[in-house]
Design a protein around this ligand. Structure first.
Ligand code: 5AD
Length: 342
């Protein structure tokens, strides 16, 4: 006999709302995030993931080419008030050469990331993009923070394919308290420009920020949907000792996985990475996330001398400096999970 559908069980609400066109309300998302037994939702997310991605985990290379940053985000170790950090910049040639090695090692996408560093101006970033595209057909994802519409447009013309800019939190008050140098409004404006300009666009947010509730996270998930994101990085906050948030507790890995699972169900086509931060807090969780809806993983190809200086949050993950070996090891670990690396 079928159980009657009541309005009290969030799982029933989920089923009902999915059957009525696939949209989920903020209330339902918020209640689901707080459920005692989330297992049925994970199972559903895994089914959606299988149907969409057929067991494939996409591997991306990430090159962190500068740790200079003009901003003061209160959670981030790269914020410009952290005077303890030794800063570095890679030059154009070094960046392009590293990308070529990553391409030869099998990577089909490179994420070029830095702090918000104006030293890499419009023309210089353009030359880097063209320099790479002239020599190999790797997909280029930029992650350079908030820039002008004109710069975004120019880099698209130069050959950039995607852009990552996390909205970090959809709550304007929390956003304001954490970002002395920017507004949520401008962040969302940038994301809208990127969409308009034809970039595949990635956003995302952190779990465990001060003042955040399940309602905030529900709104964060709905923000991804409203923006029409192609990708979303959802990771736990990790306290960095040289930032104002040094005493704030780390975000919950369980809640992170729940947010990923619900994002998969609400937006089946979304690319959802297993964020590095999740693996830093708990290596097992990073594997587990692939059965909760995630389908992407990023691997650092940043040269060893710089890697430890790109410390957004403290990490004890020591990775091999050999780009070829790093790629092979990652492929093996994905196969061990019963998934197929791409
Ligand atoms: N803990 C976890 N994630 C962080 N980020 C920045 N600082 C932290 C932190 N302390 C994330 C932000 C940013 C991305 C590059 O790293 O989401 O967008």
């Amino acid at each position: 006999m079928q159980r009657p559908v009541t309005g009290n069980n969030p799982m029933n609400e989920l089923t009902k709302e999915l059957s009525m066109g696939g949209n989920l309300s903020k209330d339902t998302l918020s209640k689901l995030l707080g459920m005692d037994d989330f297992f049925p939702v994970y199972q559903l997310a895994d089914r959606y993931n299988e149907r969409q991605n057929h067991g494939v985990v996409r591997i991306r290379a990430i090159l962190e080419f500068s740790n200079y940053c003009r901003r003061q985000c209160r959670y981030c170790g790269l914020n410009r008030t952290n005077l303890k950090l030794q800063r570095y910049r890679m030059d154009e040639k070094e960046i392009i050469n590293t990308v070529l090695i990553a391409y030869r090692a099998g990577y089909q996408t490179i994420v070029l990331q830095s702090g918000e560093d104006p030293a890499y101006d419009k023309e210089m970033v353009g030359r880097i993009i063209r320099g790479i595209k002239d020599q190999c057909p790797i997909a280029i994802t930029l992650s350079l923070g908030e820039r002008s519409r004109e710069e975004y447009a120019y880099w698209k013309e130069c050959g950039a394919d995607r852009y990552l800019l996390k909205h970090e939190t959809s709550d304007p008050d929390i956003y304001r308290s954490l970002h002395p140098c920017g507004t949520l409004e401008n962040r969302l404006q940038c994301l809208q420009w990127l969409k308009e300009l034809g970039y595949e666009t990635g956003s995302g947010f952190m779990i465990g920020l001060p003042g955040q509730t399940n309602d905030t996270i529900a709104n964060d998930i709905l923000t991804l949907q409203r923006l029409g994101c192609d990708m979303a990085g959802i990771g736990p906050f990790i306290a960095h000792p040289d930032t104002p948030l040094k005493d704030h507790p780390d975000g919950s890995t369980e809640l992170t996985k729940r947010a990923v699972a619900l994002s998969r169900i609400l937006m089946p086509q979304l690319n959802l990475p297993a964020t590095t931060a999740l693996g830093v807090l708990d290596d097992g969780e990073k594997d587990d996330i692939f059965s909760c809806g995630a389908n992407v993983i990023m691997r650092k190809v940043t040269p060893g001398i710089y890697r430890r200086l790109y410390e957004i949050y403290p990490s004890n993950l020591s990775l091999d400096d050999d780009i070829y070996k790093g790629r092979r090891d990652l492929e093996d670990s994905i196969r061990r999970l019963g998934k197929q690396p791409l």
